[in-house]
Design a protein around this ligand. Structure first.
Ligand code: DGT
Ligand code: CA
Ligand code: CA
Ligand code: ZN
Length: 577
């Protein structure tokens, strides 16, 4: 991690501790802002700090923040943080992520009970400590209990948005070692699941020892869980486990197939092999001669082993892309030609500094242009999203003009003046129809009231997709993976209404959302609804979320023609009209 990222985390911790200790909101927000600026900072932090005045010149870095940043660069720590740490138990920060527990309540737990971490909270719910607090009702406690269980269950798995970049970094480093011919990831990561239990790497390598040594002695390794002649397992700083196996090139396909899984897919393949007098294992597909000793140990030549395609073909099956190797997919169905990242040529949901984004219209446009997109829609928040600096009607009209002006000045890309319009709990939209009609593109999204009943959620979303001004239903359920479950609408009914009204359903590609989820994508396309995959970018690096959205689409069997972001400019513009 770069210096600024590490430091950004320190400022986030300060902000969280200030919040718990009841510091005023201005101070908390200023600290959070510094964290964000550091997170986005692309220069070299130490040289910026070393140049007089340069640090203070950064927008949002005040005098006192600059002092803290210097302190950290000089001493590796910040005085304020050390003081806070000596006063506030670290476990309290983990409580802030539990929905239903705001900083005020966490502060109360700390002062009025002995609850200072998640374990204590679970105990406090059971033994009545929580219930004994004044103004703590049974409903609130039930709510906290739900959130805690949800968070604990999710903590065992890692977001694909974290796991994939880590896997890629490991692969890049290890593939440079002498003798390494290939190294790649399999498992749930290759299947594109939204969360990953552990990373599974497969390598072909002339000389295993140096590879295993480098793997187990890496900088971010906190523990070596296992080490053998051709395999090893490690735990990383992030808590994530990584397994590495070295296999023979002649049997790579069999190993890929085995370690890609899913387990259920493998079980089905093995049964099918058996029915055909064959035996499938991680070393190949062999003739089944009834002998219990594994065929590869008896020098038996495999029917197929080198590539996955060979093995599927030898079993008389169509090749299944990894994203479709789940229990719900059957083996025989020929897969559709799935959407790929290369097919994507527009992003229709993004934010600028007009609401809660980090970049200007022109900077966002430049980034989309760099990616080769023909169109970018700027969709800042609507007025009710107060915490996201949503735009009043007056500001929206100015913003539309500003977007069109930048569009005219940048011939290499088409900018759409859009809005991410809040869908109220009852399905009404945050701007009236006259205002909506002035926009090139309307993304309607639920942001609040995400705990309403499934019936209300269904009615709310159907109302939104039925509004003739709405083009895209943004992050339809509002879930945050591992943090909140979001709406639970009847997705069949929503998808049918979307199809009938020619409204696209979004796969929000932010790896913390992935909403629609794979299961919903399947339902949506079965109903004939169109899909839009968008990054919801608030900063330049967020555009790279697109690949997670594409993986989720592929898991839902999505083809390019069903995804409006894969359409050329003419087709997309006609459709928007
Ligand atoms: P994860 O790590 O929980 O996100 O999910 P996977 O699918 O990566 O599962 P993992 O890491 O336990 O194992 C990787 C692959 O190895 C798995 O997808 C299929 C294969 N595999 C693991 N254990 C078994 C097993 O007991 N039977 C069979 N047939 N395959 C297995
Ligand atoms: Ca795995
Ligand atoms: Ca594994
Ligand atoms: Zn958004």
């Amino acid at each position: 991690m770069s210096d600024q990222r590490v430091l950004a985390k320190e400022f986030e911790t300060i902000a969280a501790m200030l919040e718990i200790s009841g510091a005023n909101a201005f101070r908390v927000n200023a600290t959070k802002k510094v964290a964000r600026i550091l997170q986005d900072f692309e220069g070299d932090l130490r040289s910026t700090v070393a140049t007089p005045g340069e640090l203070e010149a950064l927008d949002g870095i005040g005098k006192s923040s600059a002092v803290k940043i210097r302190q950290w660069c000089d001493t590796g720590t910040i005085e304020e943080l050390e003081t806070l740490r000596s006063e506030i138990p670290a476990g309290l920060i983990g409580l802030l992520d539990i929905s239903g527990l705001g900083p005020k309540t966490v502060g109360r737990l700390w002062h009025e009970t002995d609850i200072v971490d998640r374990v204590g909270l679970a105990r406090g719910i059971e033994d009545g400590t929580l219930a004994a607090l004044p103004r703590m009702g049974a409903k609130t406690i039930a709510n906290i209990k739900d959130s805690l269980e949800f968070a604990e269950k999710a903590a065992e798995r890692t977001s694909i948005g974290v796991a994939l970049p880590i896997a890629e970094l490991l692969i890049e480093e290890l593939s440079q070692l002498p003798g390494v011919q290939s190294i790649e990831y399999e498992g749930s990561l290759r299947r594109g699941r939204e969360t990953i239990g552990d990373i599974d790497l497969l390598a072909i390598c002339d000389d295993p020892a140096p590879l295993l040594r480098a793997f187990t002695e890496g900088e971010s390794v906190t523990k070596v869980l296992a080490l053998g002649g051709t395999k090893a397992s490690i735990r990383l700083e992030e808590g994530l486990q990584v397994d590495l196996r070295i296999v023979d090139a002649e049997a790579l396909g069999a190993a890929q197939m085995y370690f890609t899984g899913s387990k259920e897919h493998n079980v089905k393949l093995r049964h099918l092999a058996q029915e055909n007098a064959l035996r499938l294992n991680e070393y190949g597909l062999f003739p089944d001669d009834g002998d219990k000793t594994p065929p590869q140990q008896r020098g038996i030549a495999p029917v197929a082993a080198a590539t996955e395609s060979d093995i599927y073909a030898a079993l008389g099956l169509p090749f299944q892309p990894p994203e479709l190797r789940e229990e719900r997919n059957d083996l025989e169905t020929p897969p559709p030609s799935l959407l790929t990242l290369d097919d994507i040529c527009s992003d229709l949901h993004s934010h600028t500094t007009a609401s809660d984004g980090h970049l200007s219209i022109a900077d966002m446009a430049a980034e989309a242009m760099r990616l080769g997109y023909h169109t970018l829609a700027i969709t800042d928040h609507s007025r009710s999203s107060v915490q996201a600096n949503g735009l009043s009607e007056e500001r929206l009209l100015e913003h539309i003009e500003a977007i069109h002006a930048v569009d005219a000045a940048m011939p290499g890309i088409r900018l759409l003046a859009g809005s991410e319009v809040d869908i109220h709990a009852d399905g009404r939209l945050d701007y009236d129809d006259t205002t909506l009609a002035k926009l090139d593109l309307v993304v309607a999204s639920p942001h609040a009231a995400l705990k309403q009943s499934p019936e209300d959620a269904t009615a709310r979303l159907i109302a939104a997709v039925s509004n003739p001004h709405v083009h895209v239903l943004g992050h339809p359920t509002g879930r945050m993976i591992g943090r909140r479950p979001g709406l639970e609408p009847d997705m069949h009914a929503v998808a049918e209404a979307a199809a009938a009204n020619n409204t696209a359903l979004e796969i929000n590609a932010n790896p913390q959302r992935l909403d629609l989820r794979d299961r919903h994508v399947r339902i949506a396309i079965a109903a004939g609804a169109l899909i839009s995959i968008n990054t919801d970018a608030h900063a330049a690096e967020h555009f790279s979320f697109m690949r997670y959205g594409v993986l989720t689409g592929r898991r839902g069997s999505l083809r390019a023609d069903q995804c409006i972001n894969a359409w050329d400019a003419d087709r997309l513009l006609k459709w928007l009209d």
